[in-house]
Design a protein around this ligand. Structure first.
Ligand code: GLU
Length: 421
C-alpha cells in the first residue's frame, strides 16, 4: 500500500465526521492538504569511510491550533505519503486531546538496525542540521516515533543547541531526563491507552481478567503488556516483525521484554515457560477479549478483519485498521478505541514535557500520571458520549470531536487569515 492511499484513507474518516457536523466547506478543504512538506537527502559518513545518503522528510500539516507537533520515524518503508498521513493524524490527535498544537511528522527512510551507534548519531544530527530552520519550540516540535527513542532525541536536542548557540529543551520532547525530559514519557502511550480502557470498562462490559493479544512489541506493546498484567489480565499472544508467541495460560511478559532488550525476537522464547509458536499473521485472529495493534499501519484490512474474535480493539499504533477493516469490525460488533484517542497519551506527556521545559519547573511522576489520567478520562468520556448520542463508531465520534475544535479555530482566525491561505 502506498503512502498516498494512506492519506486518502485518513480523509475517509474526516468526511464521515463532516457528515455529522455542519462544518464549512473551507474547513474540510484546509484539512485535506499538508501546509508544507520538506524533503531532503541526508548525507552521512559511514564507519568504513564511505558516504551514504538517506531520504528524509518533515511535514507541518496544520498549525491552526498551535505549533505543529509529532514524532520522527526511522523506517526503511517510510515515504512522503506516509509522513503526511501520520501528520494529519497528529493534527486530529492534538485536537482530540485539546492540546495547544497542530500536527506534524518526520521520517528518515532507513533501517536503523543496520547502522552502528555512531552512524545513527550522525544521521540524527544530520536530520536536525537539515531541518533546524523548520523546527522550533513555537513552530514545530519533534518527538520519538517508530524506531526512534530518547537517546536519539537527546542527540537531536544537543545538535539544535549547537546550531542556535543555546540550550532550547522545548524544541524536542521525549528527551532523556538528564536533558530536560519528563518523568513518565517512556510508558505514556501505553499508559494513556490503559487509563482509557479502565475508564470505559463498565460501559464496554469488560471483565476483571481479560485475555489480551498484542501485535508489535516495541515501546507501546511492552509497556501495555506490563500494565495490563499488573492489573490482573493475561497476555495470550504477542508478535513482532520476526514472528509471534502464544500461551493460553498467559505469556511471561518479563521474559519477553528481556528477550527484546537482548536484541532477540519474541519467538526466541518459544519452548520456555510454556511459550508456544504462532505465525505472526495469525495473531489478529487469536481467541482473546482485547486486541492491541501496536505496530504499523494497515495491519487489519478486508482480508483479515473477519477473523478478529476480540470484542474490543485498542489502537496503540497509528492507522492499524483500514476503512474496509473498520466496516467489517463494526458489523461484527467489535468496538475500536481509535488511534487519535487511544495512543494520545504519548503526545500528551510530550506536551507536559514542553510545559515543564518552558516554566523550568518539573513535576513528580505522580503529578504526570494524575494529569494524564484526567485528560484521557475527560476526552475519552466525551467521545464515548458522542458515539452513543449519535449512534456512530467511537472512531467517527473522535473525528467529530477533533473536527469541531479544528473548525472553531479555523473560523476564529478569520477568512482573510494567512492560516486560511
Ligand atoms: N509519535 C507519537 C505519536 O504518534 C508521539 C508524538 C509526540 O509526542 O509528539 O503520537
Amino acid at each position: 500500500m502506498s503512502g498516498d492511499d494512506l492519506l486518502g484513507q485518513a480523509h475517509v474518516r474526516l468526511d464521515e465526521a463532516a457528515q455529522q457536523l455542519n462544518v464549512d466547506h473551507d474547513v474540510i478543504e484546509k484539512l485535506k492538504y499538508a501546509r508544507e512538506t520538506t524533503q531532503v537527502r541526508l548525507m552521512i559518513r559511514m564507519d568504513d569511510g564511505s558516504r551514504k545518503s538517506f531520504l528524509a522528510w518533515r511535514c507541518r500539516y496544520d498549525d491552526t491550533r498551535g505549533p505543529t507537533k509529532g514524532g520522527i520515524r526511522f523506517h526503511p518503508d517510510a515515504s512522503v505519503g506516509e509522513v503526511e498521513a501520520l501528520a494529519f493524524w497528529m493534527t486530529c490527535k492534538c485536537a482530540v486531546m485539546n492540546l495547544p498544537y497542530g500536527g506534524g511528522k518526520g521520517a528518515v527512510q532507513v533501517d536503523p538496525r543496520k547502522l552502528s551507534k555512531a552512524e545513527l548519531e550522525r544521521l540524527s544530527r544530520a536530520y536536525i542540521q537539515a531541518f533546524s530552520r523548520i523546527i522550533g519550540p513555537d513552530r514545530d516540535i519533534p518527538a520519538p516515533d517508530v524506531y526512534t527513542n530518547s537517546m536519539i532525541m537527546g542527540w537531536m536536542a544537543d545538535e539544535y543547541a549547537q546550531i542556535v548557540g543555546q540550550a532550547v529543551p522545548a524544541v524536542i520532547t521525549g528527551k532523556p531526563i538528564a536533558l530536560g525530559g519528563s518523568l513518565g514519557r517512556g510508558d505514556a502511550t501505553a499508559r494513556g491507552g490503559y487509563y482509557l480502557v479502565r475508564h470505559l470498562a463498565e460501559n464496554l462490559g469488560l471483565g476483571k481478567s481479560m485475555r489480551v493479544a498484542i501485535q508489535g512489541f516495541g515501546n507501546a506493546g511492552q509497556h501495555v503488556a506490563r500494565l495490563l498484567v499488573a492489573d490482573g489480565h493475561r497476555i495470550v499472544a504477542v508478535s513482532d516483525s520476526d514472528g509471534a508467541v502464544q500461551s493460553d495460560v498467559g505469556l511471561h511478559v518479563d521474559m519477553l521484554i528481556a528477550a527484546k532488550e537482548a536484541g532477540q525476537p519474541v519467538a526466541s522464547t518459544i519452548g520456555q515457560g510454556g511459550h508456544q509458536s504462532l505465525s505472526a499473521h495469525e495473531l489478529v485472529g487469536v481467541d482473546c477479549d482485547l486486541l492491541v495493534p501496536a505496530a504499523l499501519e494497515n495491519m487489519i484490512d478486508e482480508t483479515n478483519a473477519g477473523t478478529v474474535r476480540a470484542k474490543l480493539v485498542l489502537e496503540l499504533a497509528n492507522g492499524p485498521i483500514t476503512p474496509e477493516g473498520d466496516t467489517i469490525l463494526a458489523r461484527n460488533g467489535t468496538v475500536v478505541l481509535p488511534d487519535i484517542l487511544a495512543n494520545a497519551g504519548g503526545v500528551t506527556v510530550s506536551y507536559f514535557e514542553w510545559v515543564q521545559n518552558r516554566q523550568g519547573f518539573y513535576w513528580t511522576l505522580e503529578e504526570i500520571h494524575d494529569r494524564l489520567r484526567a485528560i484521557m478520562e475527560r476526552e475519552g468520556g466525551a467521545i464515548w458520549s458522542i458515539s452513543r448520542e449519535k449512534n456512530i463508531t467511537v472512531r467517527t465520534a473522535a473525528y467529530v470531536h477533533a473536527l469541531s475544535r479544528l473548525a472553531e479555530a479555523i473560523e476564529a482566525h478569520g477568512t482573510q487569515s494567512f492560516f486560511m491561505s
